[in-house]
Structure formats: C-alpha cells, structure tokens
Design a protein around this ligand. Structure first.
Ligand code: UD1
Length: 417
C-alpha cells in the first residue's frame, strides 16, 4: 500500500497533459471481443482498471500486449464465456463485459458484482434491458448466467440514463438482427466514443450524445485501430488542483466542451479560463470564491466524478458553498478526511455544506475511493505543513503518473511505498 506525502503551499504553474479516458477505454476494450481479429487501441492509460480489463480479456482467451500506451488485442480465439469472481471483484465496471460476451458467444456467466465504495451500485437496469432483448437470465449462488438464441430487438426505455446499461445495450444490439432503440440513453462523451468505435468496426449506430440511440444490428464486426478520447475527469482534476493553489496552468489534450459544466463552476469560483481547441489555461485567484449550489447530474450536468476535487477547492473558498450529490449515495467519504485537515463541511444525506476556511492544515488522512483520493491529494497541495494520504491504490485506478504531473507543475509531492 502506498501513500502520498505532500508539502503544501506551492502555487502550481506550467503545462500538464491529460491521458486517454479510462471510462471510454473500458467499454472499448470490452467491445474488442465483438471483433474476432486484432484491435489496436491508442491512448490507453496505464491504470489498474485498464489492467483488470486486460486480465478479463486474457481470461476469455484474447492475446493482449502493450506498446507504450497502445493496447493490441487479438480476440480470434475466445474459448470461454465465463469471468471468474476474482476478476469481477477487482473492478465493478467489469459488468460491461456481460453485454460484450453475450454479443460474441450468445451466453455469458459472471459473478454478481458486489457493492463498492460508492454504495450498492445495483445492476437492475442492465438486467431489465437484457430481459427485454430476449436474453434468459438466471441469478443464483452469486452468479448471473445469461443465454440467448436470437436477440429480440425493439424499443428499450431506461428508467435512469445509466452509462453502463446504455453501453451494455449498444454492445448486445450491435450484432443482433433488427433495430434496437434506447430511449433515455446516457449522453456522456464516453457513449459517443463507444458509438464511434463500434461504427468504425462496421456497426450501424446513431444518436449517441442524445437521449435516443438507434442501433441497426449487423452480421459481423471487424477489428480496427482506434484512439480513445481524453479523460475529462482527469482534466477537471488538474483544473481543480490549479484552482486550490491559486495556480496558472495550461491543461493540454482535452475536449473543452466535455467539461463545460466544470469550467462554469470554476469561473464562479473566480478563475479565469482561456479556452483553445484542445487546451484550457486556468488562472486562479489567490483564494477561490464560494459557489451557490452545485448539483451532480448525468451529462451534460456537473459530473459526480468531479464532485470531490471541487469540494476540496470549495473547502478553502471565501464563503459557504452547497453541493448536492445526486448520483451515488456514498460519495461524501472524503468529507471526514477533509475535516481532519481543518475543513468545515457538514453533510446531511445528499447535501454537503462547505464553509470555506482560510487554509487547510496538513494531516495524516486516508482515501477510500478513486475520486476522493484525488480530492485529498489536491487538498494537500493547499495545506499548511505536511499531508500524508494513504490508500493510493484507489488513485491508481484512474490517474496515471498523477504525482509526476503535479511535481512538474511545482508541487512538492512524493509517493512512499
Ligand atoms: C459510470 C462511470 C462512473 C461515473 C458514473 C456516473 C464508468 C466505468 N464509470 O459508472 O465513473 O461516476 O458513470 O457518471 O464509465 N443505477 C441503478 N441501476 C443500474 C445501473 C445504475 O440504479 O442498473 C444507478 C447507480 O446506482 C447510480 C446511477 O444509476 O446511482 C448512475 O449509474 P451509471 O450511470 O450506471 O454509472 P456507471 O456506468 O456504473
């Protein structure tokens, strides 16, 4: 288990590069199973969740290798439709492989994804949609077994625009005979990226990015070469790190429209943002201004994944800010740790009220989830004295070389194993 040791109080300055999007790459890696050939995916970040997906692919029979940040997957010889419990437990989003395996093998068996650090994270929407697609599902002894002869295409309405459920339906419907429509689909950029990837393979999908996605099933998909979009949450995290240190930073390799909700809140905090085609330069005030009310919502609303880094920023704002977390019930676990650092944050259910303090103070704290880990590290950048954050295996699920990038910007940060 490693921890980060940070000497706070250094203003971040310079340029930082955003890596490929984890949440785009994970479903794309699952989708390579549909190809029956050699797929080449560029800009894959070297993260624990990506490594877990690669282990699942290998377990299914794929040959996978890395070349720098490119992953090469040969999916010609898939010999099983089963993902063992150990691999399912490593990463909850492995549920996305269910759709991919059903699509390729017409059957799939996985262990039930357990609860996670963000709360129970049910999969009822996935299961309901699969049943509507004519897939027989048996849930027993902690396993989900699926089988289908012929996918029953048709209209599917999602009660909530779940990202994972939308992706799973796209994967299953791409190789079905007929037309499937997803109503109230998730609109996240990662859904658009999956559509682009599948269409490059030969699928006929349109509408991603809107709430209605139409999939015309095709007989066969071919393996292709593809580059994933940049990670909008990593971009939002670097902007937050600049904001909490009164910094002046250019964040390169991002798509500004993907983080417009985050930029709008940072402007409210008094930050000046200058946008280019693939970069944003942030000039933050010495101390952030408070924001009235931020709600996490499905895209294009404020992303739940950027909530904790923003809260770190607001913890040192010159007034009181309110955040409503509408997506996941347990996503305020970083609050107790921020309060250990001298923050003044009160939580009631889904609402967090943050009274900004002048400055945080260094403390020994623990991260318990991915984005919370990032928030605590950037809080340490502001704090007076030394902050030690343990639980960095959570951070490693979503940020490649985080401390190296922050060091280049002038942070005093090191990892201790
Ligand atoms: C994805 C992202 C995650 C992000 C989340 C919301 C990946 C790998 N992960 O997760 O980083 O925080 O979107 O933007 O892309 N729900 C149900 N039943 C279901 C499915 C979901 O009730 O069957 C609920 C969830 O508990 C949650 C909400 O719907 O409250 C959103 O979940 P969903 O959009 O499915 O998120 P994920 O795909 O798991």
């Amino acid at each position: 288990m490693s921890r980060m040791v940070i000497e706070g109080g250094k203003r971040l300055e310079g340029k930082v590069e955003v890596h490929g999007s984890k949440n785009a790459v994970l479903p794309i890696l699952a989708a390579t199973v549909l190809g029956n050939g050699i797929s080449v995916i560029h800009d894959c970040p070297k993260l624990k969740d990506v490594a877990s997906s690669i282990e699942i692919l290998r377990g299914l029979g794929c040959k996978v290798s890395w070349q720098n940040n490119t992953v090469i997957i040969n999916s010609e010889n898939i010999f099983t439709h089963y993902i063992p419990e150990k691999l399912m437990r490593e990463m909850r989003s492995s549920i996305i492989f269910l759709g991919a395996i059903i699509s390729r093998c017409r059957k799939a068996t996985i262990s039930m994804p357990g609860g996670c650090e963000l709360g129970p994270r049910p999969i009822d929407l996935h299961i309901k949609a699969f049943r509507q697609l004519g897939i027989k599902i048996d849930e027993s002894h902690g396993y989900i077994s699926c089988s289908v002869d012929k996918i029953a295409c048709g209209d599917i309405h999602l009660d909530f625009p779940s990202v994972g459920a939308t992706e799973n339906i796209m994967l299953v419907a791409s190789l079905a005979k007929g037309v499937t429509t997803i109503n109230n689909a998730a609109k996240e950029p990662e859904i658009v990226d999956l559509q682009n990837f599948l269409n490059k393979m030969g699928a006929k999908i349109r509408g991603a990015g809107s709430s209605i996605i139409t999939i015309n099933g095709v007989d066969k998909l071919s393996s292709v070469e593809y580059r994933a979009i940049p990670d909008r949450i990593v971009a939002a995290t670097y902007l937050s790190a600049a904001a909490i240190t009164g910094g002046y930073v250019t964040v390169n390799n991002l798509i500004p429209s993907h983080i417009s909700s985050v930029c709008s809140v940072l402007r409210e905090c008094g930050c000046k943002l200058q946008q280019e085609a693939n970069a944003i330069t942030i000039k933050a005030p010495k101390r952030p201004l408070p924001v009235d009310f931020v709600r996490t919502l499905p895209y294009p609303g404020f992303p739940t994944d950027a909530q904790s880094p923003l809260m770190a920023v607001l913890s040192v704002a010159s007034g009181t800010s309110i955040i409503a977390e509408n997506m996941f019930e347990n996503r305020f676990k970083h609050v107790a740790e921020l309060n250990r650092m001298g923050a003044d944050i009160k939580v009631d259910g889904r609402i967090a009220v943050t009274r900004g303090v002048e400055r945080l103070s260094g403390a020994k704290i623990s991260a318990t989830d991915l984005r919370g880990a990032a928030a605590l590290v950037i809080a340490g950048l502001n704090a007076d004295g030394i902050t030690e954050v343990d639980g960095m295996h959570h951070l490693d699920r979503g940020y490649e070389s985080f401390e190296k990038s922050l060091s280049k910007l002038g942070a005093k940060i090191k990892r201790v194993d």
